[in-house]
Design a binder for this molecule. Structure first.
Ligand code: ADP
Ligand code: MG
Length: 142
């Protein structure tokens, strides 16, 4: 599916909507350059799952766990990884193969360690369409 948004809030709302169809064990890979809107999408996604806490970017903590929604949410940001194996230090298998929902920013950094059946979301800018335009492509139906 291809979606288009023109504000942070529209991207947030799309995240919220796509979270409705998330199920136990789902892994969502969220790609896009710095400033694309990955955190905005993630915050909406968390709200869509019913997470009550404020969701911040886990750039420094790598992983944030939220357990107040209808399913646990494991929000990863592995931007700072130099090698995929750093994932093992987190005991990430417990999350990747658990009953919660994983949402992973910068999945390309750990692609070799992820299962094949992940759901992919890519956020792209297109400056020709304006500063706030984003094209958001998924490889699944909502
Ligand atoms: P990332 O996590 O990908 O680095 P953020 O979500 O932290 O990106 O930041 C996205 C920035 O772009 C925010 O400042 C947001 O207000 C701005 N923005 C402008 N238009 C959009 C849009 N359509 N979708 C998402 N963010 C947008
Ligand atoms: Mg971010």
């Amino acid at each position: 599916m291809i979606y288009e948004t023109n504000s942070r809030n529209e991207t947030f709302e799309l995240g919220k909507k796509l979270a409705q169809s998330a199920g136990p064990g789902d892994i969502y890979c969220l790609s896009g350059d710095l400033g694309a809107g990955k955190t905005a999408f993630s915050q909406g996604f968390a709200e869509g799952l019913g997470v009550e806490e404020d969701v911040t970017s886990p750039t420094f903590t790598i992983l944030c766990v939220y357990e107040t929604g209808r399913l646990p949410l494991y929000h990863f940001d592995v931007y700072r990884f130099e090698e995929p194996e750093e994932l093992d230090d987190l005991g990430a298998d417990e999350f990747l193969y658990g009953d919660g929902v994983c949402l992973i920013e910068w999945p390309e950094k750990i692609r070799t360690l992820l299962p094949a059946d992940v759901k992919n979301i890519v956020i792209r800018k297109d400056i020709a369409r304006g500063e706030d335009f984003r094209q958001i492509e998924t490889d699944f139906d909502s």
